[in-house]
Structure formats: C-alpha cells, structure tokens
Design a protein around this ligand. Structure first.
Ligand SMILES: *[C@@H]1O[C@H](CO)[C@@H](O)[C@H](O)[C@H]1NC(C)=O
Ligand SMILES: *[C@@H]1O[C@H](CO)[C@@H](O)[C@H](O)[C@H]1NC(C)=O
Ligand SMILES: *[C@@H]1O[C@H](CO)[C@@H](O)[C@H](O)[C@H]1NC(C)=O
Ligand SMILES: *[C@@H]1O[C@H](CO)[C@@H](O)[C@H](O)[C@H]1NC(C)=O
Ligand SMILES: *[C@@H]1O[C@H](CO)[C@@H](O)[C@H](O)[C@H]1NC(C)=O
Length: 473
C-alpha cells in the first residue's frame, strides 16, 4: 500500500510539474509573461545582451527596454505576427538589421529611443509597417534620415526625432505621412528648412523645431501645414523669417520664435505685419540688430522703427551670408526703401554710437541689454512664451530719434546716409549694396566691389561732391 501511495504522489508531482512547464516554458528566462489585458512578454532591465530567441509567438506586446541589447537581427520577431507594441528603448543598439521588423504588419508602436550608439538606420527598416502609429527615434545619435526611411507609413501619427544629430531635412522625407499629427525635431543641428521638407504633412498639428541651427526657412516650406496649431522655432539662428512662409498656417495658435538673432530693419516688415494680424499666441521676438533696438520685441515695435538696413550696425557677426553659393537666399526681402517723407531717422548717420546709448536707459529692467542676447530666455520659457514684458514702455513713447546707426543706408537714391559726408569710409558706402543685395553681407570689408559700383545709386551730384571730398566714394 505504502508503495502504491508513494507511486501516486510521484505521479501527481510529475503531472503538476508537467502542467507548470506547459505554462512557464514559453516565457524566456528573464521575462514575465501574461495574457491579460494583452498577451505580453515583459523583460525590462534584465541585463539582456540579445533579443531572447524564444519570445512566445502569441505576444502582442514585447517590452525589452533598459537592457544592453546591441543588435536586432533580421526577423528577430518574425514569429510574433500579432505584435502591436515593441519597446526597445534605452538599450545599446548599434545596429538594426534592415529586416528586423519585417512581417510585423500589425505593429502600432515601436520605441527605439535612447540608443545613442545607433547613429544610422537602414532606409528599409520600417517597410511594411502600415499600421504603425508611433515611432520613437529620439536620442539615437542619428545624423541623417536616409532616403525613403518613412516611406509607406501612412498610419503614422507620432514621430519623435528630437535630440539627435540631424544635419539636414531631406526633401519629401515625410511626404507619405498624411496622418502624422506630431513631428518632433528639436535638439538637432538642422541649419535650414528647405522648400520640400514638410511636403504632404496635411494632418500635422505640432511641429517642434526649436534648439536647432535654423537660419533660413523657405517661403514655401510650410505650404501643406494648414492644420498646424503649434510651431516652435525658438533658440535657432533666424535673423529673418519670410512672412510668406507663415501665411499658409491657417490653424496656427501657438508660435514661439524667441531666442533668435532677429534683425529688426526694413526686411522684417512683412513678418512684423503678419504678427500684427496673428490672432494666436506668440512669444516675444527680441531684436538683435540694430543696436538701438536690441532687446526690444519686434512685435511691439512701430512701423517707423523698421527702416533701413541694420547689416553693419554691429561689426560682427554677419546676419546673412546667404549660405553656400548654390543655395538661394530663402525669402529675405531686399532692403527696402523707407516710407516717403520719413523723419530724419534714416538719414542722420552722424551719431550712431550715441544712438544705442541714448536708448539704453529705455530697455526695461530684466530685459537684455543691447548687444547681449543670451539674456532673458527665462522670460519666454512658459509653455508658449507669451508673457508680455509688462515693464516695457509703450512703443509710442520711444521716439525713433535721429539715430540710425552707421551703415543703415537704403534711403533710396536721394538720401543715402551710408554715403553721406559724415560717414565716408569705403565700407560704409558698400553697406547699402550688401544689404540691398539680400545676401553676402558678411564680407563688408572684404567685398571686392569697386567703390563706384557700390555707390551706383547715389545721385550723380552727391557722388561728385563725395568724390571731390574723398577722392573715392
Ligand atoms: C493572432 O491573433 C489571432 C486572433 O486573436 C489568433 O487567432 C492567432 O492565433 C494569433 N496568432 C498567433 C501567432 O498567436
Ligand atoms: C488616417 O486617418 C484617417 C482619419 O483618422 C483614417 O480614416 C485612415 O484610416 C488613416 N490612414 C491610415 C493609413 O491609417
Ligand atoms: C548662424 O547663421 C549665420 C549665417 O546666417 C552663420 O554664419 C552662423 O555660423 C550660424 N551659426 C550657427 C551656430 O549655426
Ligand atoms: C549677458 O546676459 C547674461 C545673462 O543676463 C549675463 O550673465 C552676461 O554676463 C551678459 N553678458 C554681457 C556681455 O553683458
Ligand atoms: C561715422 O561718423 C561718425 C561721426 O562722423 C563717427 O563717429 C563714426 O565712427 C563713423 N562711422 C564709421 C564706421 O566710420
């Protein structure tokens, strides 16, 4: 009897063990598996160095974040046809096979963020992921977006590319993403927004481009963004922004443009006018140039403040180099002529240095001093940066004064302060040309234009006088 009972319990143990094995065996060693609410294989922070080979095929969610996985092999998840969520963030990914995610037709969410060694992703990696709606590629050390990287991702709604090392926005990179609502590109090294960068993004709601190096935005760059509600371009390198670029943004409500080296001269007029009619919320746009307006908010200037060209009112840096020679200068209006019969502001080039000083006292407390634009970023750090500088005096209280800085020339043929008797250096005369050329401002001194050409617009009489006085213009 005793024997039989021992046998019975042995059998029972065996059966129990078998039962347990059947439940547990499909779950990889370091993981926890459960089936409600979704069939899930969860193995975060387990020190895994490779994707487990035996992930249950029924898995709908696989969590592998916080490990040390360096490589995702081809078809690493092929058996998991029902996979909808895959988290691989915060690993040590240095390479992802181009076919790593092939066959995952139901995948909706893929998180590859925080893999700083990744640096590049094969353009075929996301092919066939027709249901993907969220893709995290932020903090991956990416330097570029390969051609067609996002092709066919028609269901994508959220694309996170921030905090990489992206150096360009390729044409049509996002053109298949008609359902994309959020595009995060901040914290990269993007120098310009070319014409076709955002083509096809008809559903885009939020475009974050802050903390880049954007110096140029093509006038048609935002053409398709009629649904965009939030645009961040703060902390970039914009000295100008074509108002034409903003015109298609019919739904825009939140605009941040602070912390850019805005040049508040005649070329900023269209932007200024657009801002006057903009009904949404926008940040301040503290002027960097000319010196007499440094720190003042472009939005709150009066039209007569925006006259002449400020190109050389400060020796460095150049505000507009026009970029590489093969690039057209994007949307920077030519230096304009002042309003007819305007006050002496544009004319009196005589006392430029004192002009800035004269206005210094008017810069509101806490605002940046002229010439220092590393200042009041905190002012605009509210979500939408709309805090009014309440201490600022009404704009009308500040007279333009007879104070155009040296080299604010473009007063038109009749009145060219740049070539006036008071300021007669060669470079001064050329400033007007540099400005009205819309480019090539940098080499004021280095520009090789002959003086006669540089002052070609000066009326003959004045030219003659100057030639008499100076020997050359
Ligand atoms: C995927 O889900 C379907 C429907 O729930 C199910 O019939 C099928 O067996 C699942 N596939 C795998 C590989 O588990
Ligand atoms: C894009 O969004 C629309 C509206 O939400 C939806 O009907 C459509 O199926 C989506 N496209 C894809 C490919 O998911
Ligand atoms: C900002 O733009 C100017 C030209 O407009 C360029 O010379 C300068 O290098 C840029 N600065 C950065 C940090 O990219
Ligand atoms: C510019 O402003 C910052 C912050 O207010 C200050 O720390 C810095 O000393 C200023 N630089 C100059 C040259 O005034
Ligand atoms: C312009 O003229 C004023 C006074 O005549 C002088 O102080 C100033 O240095 C001149 N500017 C240049 C760049 O020569």
């Amino acid at each position: 009897m005793k024997r039989a009972s021992a046998r019975g319990s042995q059998l029972l143990a065996w059966v129990l063990w078998l039962q347990a094995w059947r439940v547990a065996a499909p779950c990889p060693g370091a993981c926890v598996c459960y089936s409600e609410p979704k069939v899930t294989t969860s193995c975060p922070q387990q020190g895994l160095q490779a994707v487990p080979a035996d992930i249950p095929a029924a898995s709908q969610r696989v969590f592998l974040h916080g490990n040390r996985i360096a490589y995702v092999p081809a078809a690493g998840f092929r058996a998991c046809r029902n996979l909808t969520i895959l988290w691989l963030h915060s690993n040590a990914l240095a390479h992802i096979d181009a076919a790593a995610f092939s066959g995952l037709a139901l995948l909706e969410q893929l998180d590859l963020s925080d893999n700083a060694q990744l640096r590049a992703v094969d353009p075929a990696t996301f092919r066939g992921l027709g249901r993907l709606h969220t893709l995290h590629l932020d903090r991956c050390g990416l330097r570029e977006l390969g051609p067609g990287l996002f092709r066919g991702l028609a269901a994508l709604q959220y694309l996170y590319l921030q905090d990489n090392g992206l150096q360009a926005l390729p044409d049509d990179a996002f053109s298949d993403l008609g359902n994309l609502t959020h595009l995060f590109l901040h914290g990269n090294r993007i120098p310009s927004v070319p014409e076709r960068a955002f083509r096809g993004l008809h559903s885009l709601d939020r475009l974050l481009l802050h903390q880049n190096r954007v110096a140029r935005v093509h006038p048609h760059a935002f053409r398709d963004l009629g649904r965009l509600m939030t645009l961040y371009l703060f902390a970039n390198n914009l000295s100008a922004l074509p108002a034409e670029a903003l015109a298609p943004l019919r739904s825009l409500q939140y605009l941040r443009l602070n912390d850019n080296p805005w040049v508040c001269d005649c070329r900023a007029r269209p932007l200024w006018a657009w801002l006057q009619q903009f009904r949404g919320s926008s940040s301040e746009l503290p002027c960097s140039l000319p010196a007499r307006l440094a720190g003042r908010d472009l939005k709150r200037l009066a039209a007569p403040d925006l006259e002449g060209c400020a190109v050389a009112s400060r020796p460095a840096p150049p505000i507009w180099t026009g970029g590489p020679a093969d690039e057209e200068p994007l949307g920077l209006p030519k230096c304009c002529q002042p309003d007819a019969m305007d006050k002496a502001s544009v004319l009196e080039a005589g006392r430029p240095a004192s002009a800035g000083n004269a206005l210094k006292g008017r810069v509101p407390p806490g605002d940046i001093a002229p010439g220092n634009r590393s200042g009041p970023r905190h002012i605009n750090d509210s979500p939408f940066g709309t805090l009014p500088g309440s201490a600022e005096p009404p704009l009308t209280a500040v007279q333009p004064e007879s104070s155009q800085p040296p080299g604010s020339p473009t007063t038109g043929p009749r009145r060219r302060p740049g070539c006036s008797r008071k300021n007669r250096t060669r470079s001064q005369c050329r400033l007007g040309q540099a400005g009205s050329g819309g480019g090539g401002s940098g080499g004021v001194e280095g520009s090789g234009a002959p003086p006669g050409l540089a002052c070609g617009l000066v009326p003959l009489a004045l030219t003659l006088v100057l030639w008499t006085v100076l020997g050359r213009c």
